[in-house]
Every structure is written in structure tokens, then in C-alpha cells.
Design a protein around this ligand. Structure first.
Ligand code: ADP
Length: 984
């Protein structure tokens, strides 16, 4: 292959190599190309325009070079290798001439080496040039703008010299000649090296332990870290329906090229619900770096927590952010900072918990100077955008709701944390319990309790189970169903451990009552925090909320996790979910919170009245008569997703199961009763409002509803109440034929809630749960509502054979169940066997779709034999599986016998001509099939000719899809003329 052709085939890879590395890398490629005269000055200017995305410039460069021919392409490849440091030998030798006749040209010819010589001396050289009158003050300032790195300044100085005819080029050449070539971009300077070491030690110390929440023990992260499912979120391109929209990856690979949606951006976004393990994952990333195991391309890693950053109330520059908020260099801060600016590609900044940052992302205010201070939010936004520290990698974690489309524009790739797999849950328990017998018992207990198993895939719940294992092993966990049950369990654990002399003997209710004042004080603090978006509390705030020493000893408030010594606030709730839990307790049990206040929790859309908001800032702690107004104002100011979590807990605490406990705490239970009926009313009304907002059905179609996240929240709250009667009342009159709950972060816990409520629907529903994280455990949770499901769609849900086998067992008993779609899961022949038994016993099934799985010949055979005399199945899809000759033979035999199947989809399998001939034999005797889809196989002209013969006599078949097979364009054209039913 000639170089130009090779160059073209490598184009996308070259774009990536040029654009995804640093700007420095790209500019040094340009230096070489200029010096070898591959690029003219005009070319150079057109590919070094400031402000343009690097990928655009890279593509433009490739176009220019390609147009210049093979030799230029060859030189570009050489330049790329040299710039990447892979290939020093291939650099064409150049004589460094001292007696220059044309200095400007020589500056250009020796540009790469001159840049390396002067980048550490630009300031001195500029002063010298200024002294000698070669340059004006204004020109100097242009060159030394703080947005440029040192080597960029060096290049600008050369560009300046080229354009002048006043002898500056000659002077520069003579001066430069004395200078040594500076070392490669590894920090040689002692100050930088010391700083690297200090930063590593600091990060390592912070990342080493996972502070467990009662403060009594510290778990070594290395010992307990358990792999968490990490998925890349992809942009689904239209026209590629079988493309998986999720792909899993391992933590060490998060910076590789896969899943990149914006190659000009530097920010990797990691989203996950509360408790899904974002903070822990970041901590593990820091640890892997600090211990030298992974991520060693970064020489400097700076961890930040958004919840703490928002307390920085004075203007900050990049420099103060890195040094004051993270790690201070003991020597020569200027030199260290300049190194960081010059080598952004060696820097990683991580920002945890963007959802806890009270400022919403905006790109309205651009700030480019790394040394000038600005507000902390503006600094963070500009870092994420890349206006500051461009090419330094950033990782941002957040709950999904806090990511707005403006921010998404600057995201290089998006990852989501899906929690533990089944194996992960088991591994977690084993890591937490070194006694294998105890570990076995816990694992067994969790696996045997379906609802608990569903919850444990969220890491924070696994942690609760592990923490409370003694209680669970003693009393069993049959009563643990809801999130609230879990949090009450952890409360019980902490309360009883905080007063061990009584704890073991006192009944739980007595201990709780004894601790009620503490719980209410913590609850009040929690609510004030939610209402003011504060998640860390200073001693002053604790004092203002009346929190006492003994309240701290309960263990729910822990020292704030901060890397910085100058941490402004000393304590935080162990987890945001616990903050919400305490707020819920307060709302229920504080005598001054009236039932009507509770309504605000469930009506998040009601706009706050200005008067109420004004009351807030002075202090949350006011006279009792102010309390109601105050609480309302707090609820309205709080982040809606935290309010939703609080509402879920509130509903859970009001369940019948916990009624005794609460009533016992409160003494007079009238307000409690009123609060309970208020919540019941809000939930039933909320759900009805949702259903009523659905437009009427299009004639001839079922009434369809696309659920919004708020719908899922209402369903979860209903589930927490565990009130069968209320669930029934809320949905029994609702009419909906098709319920879409796609892309709603549905995991096993949400499946349990959906099943609890939807099983009460009176008419059959098609339940579409595509693109969620249902998994095998979630499938199990859905079983109670299968009876009302007429169809179940579970595309991209990480389901394996095991989950489907359980589903089939249940579906056998569900008369109305008729359609099942399982695109892109992890299904194999085992699942096909199970589905074959479903087909055998359920003669009213209509559709079975197994697109994009790993079903092979064995599975196809099982399904085909079950279909020989099936009376109703109309659609069978096995697209994108692994079916070859044996499977096709079985399907052909089925076609001979079956009289109901109307559509058979076998695209993207391993079918060849002989398989086509086999199918033709089946089609000869078939008189029901209308559509046969065979696109993207390996069928040639010969196979299709055989098909044409049967088409002469078969009039039922209306279309045969054959695109993407092995045909020339002429053959395709000729064949499609022979029969219009062939789609080629
Ligand atoms: P998030 O930041 O998403 O709210 P966290 O990282 O704080 O979640 O996780 C909550 C708790 O769950 C942690 O304190 C820890 O006990 C447990 N946990 C989370 N992820 C892991 C993991 N990968 N391995 C072990 N434990 C984990």
C-alpha cells in the first residue's frame, strides 16, 4: 500500500493521536512539519488558530498534508512518532549552522530544537529583547499572556521574530545557540519532584481507609473494595438497532478511547444514584494512582469534593485551588505551578459529588487566566469546560439529575455506576467478614431473602447488611423489604451500640425513645442542611442547631472527609441518604411540624413564595411559631432529589410495620395519624395525576404512557408504605395499555416497587423497561406483577439465563402474558431451552424476541422444535445471535410444520447459501410466513436463486430482507428486478 493510501486508512486513528493527546503534542508535530518545509507558513497559520477544537485542526492538518503527496504523508507519520516520544532515531538529521545568512529561515528550520532550548527562558529572553529595543512592551505582553504554556510562549516568540525585519531573528539565533536543550517533559526540577512525592503521600493517606460510619473502625480500602459495575453510556445511532447502548468496562480503563462522545472535551463524567459507590470508586482511583498500580500517565492527581468546595467563599485562582485546597508545595510554588500549566496532560483533577454543589453549571462566564482569582463555581465550571487547564483530565461524579445539557456539551465520555452484580454482593460480604462461617451465613441469608437481595446491589445497602449482620443473623431478615427498613436497622444498630451497657437488654423501642431528643436534633440539623444545600457543618452550625456532644457520639455525624488541612467544616452525615432519613424523622416527630407542611414534600412543583424564601437565610433556628413557615421554606429551597429521598423515608416510616414504633415515640398520635393520611392522599393523587395526563389512545392503539422519573418516585414511596390497600386504590381504576418506563434507572429495588403497585392494575398492560438495570435480581422482583403483564420488554438490562428461567417459571402460570422482548442481554442456549418449555405450555404466546444475545444452534433447535405445532406465535426474532447450519435446519423443519408464524428474523447470524437452500425446503411447505429477514448474513447469488424458485409458488411470503449479504451491486439490481419481494 502506498503511503498516501496507508495514511488515509489510518486517518481516524491519526486524528485521535493528534487530538486526544495534548495541545503540546500537536504543536510539536507542527514544529517538525514547519522545519521540514512540509507546511508553508500559510498552512501553519490555518492549523494553529486559537479557540478551534483540536480535532478540527487535526483533520485540517491531515487534509493539507494528504494533498501534498506521499512524501509529506510519510514525514507527518514520522513527526507524530517523534512528538509522542516513540521514535527519536527517525528524525532527519539537520546541521545547526552558526553562520546564518537567512536567520528567519533558520529559526524555522531548527524550530523543534529551538523551542526545546528556549521554553524555560522565555521571560529572560523577552527582557533582553526589550532592553535591546527589539520588542515593545505591548508585544512582550502579548507573548507572555498567562493562558499560554511555556512552550507556547516560546513558539509565539519565534513567530514574532519571523515577522520582524529588525535583526531580532539573528540576535535570537546567536543567543539560543549558547543554551542547552532542555530535558524531556518529565519534571527534573527538585521542587516538582518533591511536590509529586508530597501529593502522592497526601492522596495515599486520604485514600487508604474507608472511614466506616460509626468512627470506631477504619476499613482498609484495599481489603474491602469490590468491583462495581461500570458502564459506558453511548449515543445510540439511529439505524443501528442491534448496537448495544451499554458496554461495561473496568476502572483502570476509564481513560481509554472507548466511549468517547466528544474528543475535544477533557471531562469524564461518572453518574450513579446515591449510595451507588461513586465516592468509593474515586477513592479507589486515587489509591491505585498513589500506590503506583494504575493511571501512572498522570504525575499529579488532585482530589476535590464539591460539597467542600462550595464553602470556599473568597475568589480563587487555579493556583490557590490546587495548592491551598489540596496540597501545598514546600518549595518554589511558582516553578511547580508553571510545570503544571506547561504539562496539563500529566494532571488529573477529580471532583466528587457535583449534585451537592449548590451552583448549577453554566458556561456563561469564561475565565481563562490560571493566575487570576474568580468565584469557586466559575473556576470549577471553567476547569470542566477546558477554558482552564485545557488537556488536564477531569473526572466529575454526580447523581444523574444534576447534569444539565450545558454541562453534557463538555463531557468527553459518560460512565454510569450500576452497583454490585450478584457475585459482587457475595464478594463484598466475604471481604467484610473474615470468618468464613459468618460470611457463608450472611451470603445465604441475603440470597434467600429476595427483597433484601434486590436492595443489596446498591453498595450502601450491602454495607448496612454487613454492619448489622449480628442482628440479622439473630433475628433473620424476613421483615426487611424496604429502604426504610434498612435505615431503621442501621439506626437501631447505632443506637444500641452507642449505649452498650443498656443496648443489648433494652427493647429497641425503649432505646429509641431514650434517644429521641438526639434524633430530633440531628433531624433538624439534617433538614436545615438540605434546605440550604449544606452537607458539612461547622462547630458553630452544630451549636446553633442545639446538637450536643452526646449526639455526635451516636456516630451518624463523622469528621468531614477532606484532603485539605484547611477544611472549613468539621462534620458531615455519613451519607446524604442518612441526612434525608433524619430529616424525615424530624418532619414526622417534631410536634411543631404540621400535617399540612408534609404536603410540600410531595408537591415539588409548587413554586416557593418569595416571602417564605426571605425568611430563610438569617437562621434556621427560630421560635416555635416560626417553625411551620420555616420548614416549608426549607423544603422548597432544598434540592428536589433530596426531597424525594426524604419523602420516600417519610412514607416508609408511616408504614403499618413501623407505626407502633413511631406512635410509641410520639405519645399523642393524632398529628401522626393526620400526617399519615396526608401522605396517603398525596401519593394516590399524585399517581392519578400522572395517569390522567396521558393523552387518549390513538384509534386502533392501546393507551400508552411514558413514565417520568417522578412517577417512579411516587411508586417507590407507595412501596415504602407497604399499604396494599392504598396501592390498590391508587391504580385500580387506571386505564393504560402500554407503560413505558425506559431510561429511568430502574434497578431491582425499583422493580420490587413497580410490581407491588402494578399488580393491582385491572387491565393487562405491556410493561416496557428497556435501557435500565433490571438484572436477574430485578426480574425476580418483577414476578408478582407478571400476572397483569400482557407484554414485557427488557432491552439492555443485563439479564442472564438465570433470570429468564425464573421468569419462565412464573409466566407459565400467567394467562395474559403473550409477548417477551429481550434484546441485548446475556442470554444463551440455556435460556432458549427454558423459553422452549414456555412455548410448549403456553399456546397463546404471540411474540418472542431475542435480538442481540448469544443463542446458538442448540438454542435455535430447542425453540424450533417447540414451535412445530404452536398455535399462536406470530413473531420470532433471533437477530444478532450465533446461529449456523444446524439451527437453520431445525428452523426450516419448523417452517414445514408450523402454521402460525408470520415473521421470522434471522439477520446478523452465520447463514450461508446451503442454509438458504435448507430454508427454501421449509418454505415450500409453509403457508403462513409473511416476512423473512435474512440481512447481514453470508448468502450469495446462488442462495438467492434457490429462494426465487420457491417464491414462484409461495404467495404468502410478502417480503424477504436480504441487505448486507455477499452480492455485487449488479447482482443486487438484477435480483431485485426478478421479484419485487426481495429487499436488496
Ligand atoms: P455515593 O458516593 O455514590 O453516594 P459511596 O461511595 O459513598 O456512594 O458508597 C456508600 C457506601 O457503600 C460506602 O461508604 C461503602 O461502605 C460502600 N461501597 C460503595 N462502593 C463500594 C465498593 N466498590 N466496594 C466496597 N464498598 C463500597
Amino acid at each position: 500500500m502506498c503511503t498516501q493510501e496507508f495514511f488515509q486508512t489510518q486517518r481516524s486513528q491519526l486524528v485521535r493521536r493528534l487530538a486526544l493527546r495534548s495541545l503540546e503534542n500537536f504543536e510539536s508535530v507542527l514544529d517538525y512539519l514547519l522545519s521540514w518545509e512540509v507546511l508553508t507558513w500559510e498552512d501553519y497559520e490555518s492549523v494553529s488558530l486559537p479557540g478551534q477544537p483540536l480535532s478540527t485542526l487535526a483533520r485540517r492538518l491531515l487534509d493539507i498534508v494528504w494533498n501534498k503527496g506521499g512524501q509529506s504523508c510519510k514525514l507527518l507519520l514520522v513527526a507524530v512518532r517523534i512528538a509522542e516520544g516513540a521514535d527519536e532515531q527517525t528524525e532527519p538529521p539537520r546541521q545547526w549552522s552558526q553562520n546564518v545568512s537567512c536567520p528567519a529561515q533558520d529559526l524555522q528550520r531548527h524550530r523543534p530544537v529551538i523551542v526545546r532550548k528556549i521554553y524555560g527562558h522565555v521571560e529572560d529572553i523577552l527582557n533582553l529583547l526589550l532592553e535591546r529595543g527589539f520588542i515593545s512592551k505591548y508585544e512582550c505582553d502579548e507573548i507572555r499572556l498567562p493562558i499560554f504554556t511555556s512552550s507556547q510562549r516560546a513558539r509565539r516568540l519565534l513567530d514574532f521574530a519571523k515577522g520582524k525585519e529588525n535583526g531580532v531573528a539573528r540576535f535570537l539565533l546567536q543567543h539560543v545557540h549558547q543554551l542547552p536543550v532542555l530535558p524531556a517533559p518529565f519534571p527534573e526540577a527538585t521542587a516538582c519532584k518533591r511536590y509529586m512525592a508530597k501529593l502522592k503521600t497526601t492522596v495515599s493517606a486520604q485514600a487508604c481507609f474507608l472511614s466506616t460510619y460509626d468512627g470506631s473502625e477504619n476499613l482498609c480500602l484495599e481489603d474491602i473494595y469490590t468491583e462495581n459495575l461500570l458502564e459506558i453510556r453511548k449515543n445510540l445511532s439511529v439505524g443501528a438497532p442491534s448496537q448495544k447502548c451499554h458496554e461495561t468496562l473496568e476502572l483502570p480503563d476509564i481513560f481509554n478511547d472507548s466511549g468517547c462522545i466528544n474528543e475535544d472535551a477533557d471531562t469524564v463524567l461518572l453518574v450513579g444514584e446515591a449510595g451507588s459507590g461513586k465516592t468509593t470508586l474515586l477513592q479507589q482511583l486515587h489509591r491505585l494512582w498513589a500506590t503506583g498500580r494504575h493511571f501512572q500517565d498522570f504525575l499529579f492527581v488532585f482530589p476535590f469534593s464539591c460539597r467542600q468546595l462550595q464553602y470556599v467563599d473568597k475568589p480563587v485562582s487555579v493556583q490557590t485551588l490546587l495548592f491551598e485546597q489540596c496540597c501545598w508545595p514546600d518549595e518554589d510554588p511558582q516553578e511547580v505551578f508553571q510545570y503544571l500549566l506547561d504539562h496539563p496532560d500529566q494532571v488529573l483533577l477529580t471532583f466528587d459529588g457535583f449534585d451537592e454543589f449548590k451552583f448549577k453549571f453554566t458556561d456563561r462566564e469564561t475565565h481563562c487566566s490560571p493566575t487570576d482569582p474568580t468565584s469557586v463555581q466559575n473556576l470549577l465550571f471553567n476547569l470542566l469546560r477546558g477554558s482552564l487547564m485545557k488537556n488536564a483530565k477531569k473526572v466529575l461524579t454526580s447523581r444523574p439529575h444534576a447534569i444539565n445539557p450545558f454541562l453534557r456539551k463538555y463531557v468527553q465520555k459518560e460512565l454510569s455506576l450500576k452497583g454490585f452484580s450478584q457475585e459482587g454482593i457475595e464478594l463484598f460480604m466475604r471481604k467484610h467478614h473474615s470468618d468464613p462461617e459468618v460470611a457463608d451465613r450472611i451470603v445465604h441469608l441475603v440470597q434467600a431473602t429476595s427483597a433484601l437481595h434486590g436492595l443489596c446491589h446498591v453498595p450502601v445497602f450491602s454495607w448496612i447488611v454487613s454492619k448489622c449482620h449480628k442482628e440479622l443473623l439473630l433475628h433473620g431478615c424476613g421483615s426487611l423489604k424496604t429502604t426504610t427498613d434498612m435505615y431503621l436497622l442501621i439506626l437501631q444498630h447505632f443506637v444500641q451500640h452507642a449505649s452498650p451497657e443498656k443496648g443489648d437488654w433494652d427493647p429497641w423501642i425503649t432505646s429509641l425513645r431514650h434517644r429521641l431528643p438526639t434524633i430530633l436534633r440531628l433531624g433538624r440539623l439534617a433538614l436545615c442542611g438540605l434546605g440550604t444545600c449544606s452537607y458539612v457543618f461547622s462547630a458553630k452550625q452544630l451549636w446553633a442547631s442545639g446538637v450536643e456532644e452526646e449526639d455526635l457520639s451516636l456516630g451518624f455525624l463523622v469528621p468531614s472527609r477532606s484532603i485539605s488541612q484547611e477544611s472549613l467544616a468539621p462534620v458531615e452525615f455519613l451519607h446524604i441518604t442518612l441526612q434525608c432519613f433524619f430529616a424525615a424523622f424530624y418532619l414526622l416527630l417534631d410536634a411543631n411540624v404540621t400535617p399540612s407542611t408534609i404536603r410540600c414534600l410531595f408537591n415539588p412543583h409548587q413554586k416557593p413564595s418569595r416571602a417564605l424564601v426571605w425568611l430563610l437565610p438569617a437562621s434556621c433556628i427560630q421560635a416555635p411559631e416560626q417553625e411551620e413557615v420555616n420548614v416549608t421554606a426549607l423544603l422548597r429551597k432544598a434540592e428536589p432529589h433530596n426531597i424525594q429521598i426524604t419523602a420516600v423515608f417519610l412514607a416508609g416510616l408511616l408504614s403499618q410495620e413501623h407505626w407502633g414504633l413511631l406512635a410509641e415515640c410520639q405519645g399523642a398520635s393524632t398529628p401522626l395519624l393526620q400526617k399519615q393520611s396526608q401522605v396517603q392522599r398525596c401519593l394516590a393523587q399524585g399517581l392519578r395525576r400522572h395517569f390522567q395526563s396521558i393523552p387518549p389512545a390513538v384509534p386502533g392503539e392501546v393507551k400508552s404512557m411514558h413514565a417520568m422519573p417522578e412517577f417512579v418516585w411516587l411508586i417507590r414511596s407507595l412501596y415504602e408504605m407497604q399499604d396494599e390497600h392504598l396501592a390498590q386504590k391508587a391504580v385500580c381504576k387506571l386505564e393504560v395499555g402500554h407503560l413505558k418506563v425506559t431510561y429511568c434507572n430502574i434497578g431491582p429495588a425499583e422493580c420490587a416497587a413497580l410490581a407491588f403497585v402494578l399488580k393491582n392494575l385491572k387491565q393487562p398492560v405491556a410493561l416496557q423497561l428497556d435501557y435500565n438495570s433490571v438484572g436477574d435480581i430485578g426480574v425476580e422482583q418483577l414476578l408478582p406483577c407478571l400476572r397483569v403483564c400482557q407484554a414485557l420488554y427488557l432491552r439492555d438490562n443485563n439479564i442472564s439465563d438465570q433470570g429468564i428461567c425464573r421468569l419462565v417459571d412464573q409466566a407459565l402460570q400467567c394467562d395474559q402474558f403473550q409477548k417477551l422482548a429481550l434484546f441485548n442481554n446475556k442470554l444463551t442456549d440455556d435460556c432458549a431451552h427454558s423459553l422452549a418449555s414456555l412455548l410448549r405450555y403456553k399456546q397463546n404466546l404471540l411474540a418472542l424476541r431475542l435480538w442481540g444475545n448469544a443463542v446458538g444452534d442448540e438454542g435455535a433447535l430447542a425453540l424450533a422444535s417447540a414451535l412445530h405445532d404452536h398455535q399462536s406465535l406470530k413473531w420470532l426474532s433471533l437477530v444478532g445471535n450465533n446461529i449456523g447450519s444446524l439451527g437453520t435446519q431445525a428452523l426450516a423443519l419448523m417452517l414445514e410444520k408450523n402454521t402460525s408464524l408470520e415473521e421470522l428474523c434471522l439477520e446478523e447470524n452465520r447463514l450461508q447459501d446451503e442454509d438458504m437452500c435448507t430454508l427454501v425446503r421449509g418454505l415450500k411447505k409453509n403457508s403462513s410466513l409473511k416476512v423473512l429477514k435474512l440481512s447481514n448474513n453470508s448468502i450469495t447469488h446462488q442462495g438467492i436463486s434457490a429462494l426465487l424458485q420457491v417464491l414462484e409458488s409461495n404467495t404468502t411470503l410478502k417480503s424477504v430482507w436480504l441487505r448486507g449479504n455477499t452480492l455485487t451491486p449488479e447482482e443486487s439490481e438484477q435480483l431485485s428486478l426478478m421479484d419485487a419481494r426481495l429487499l436488496l
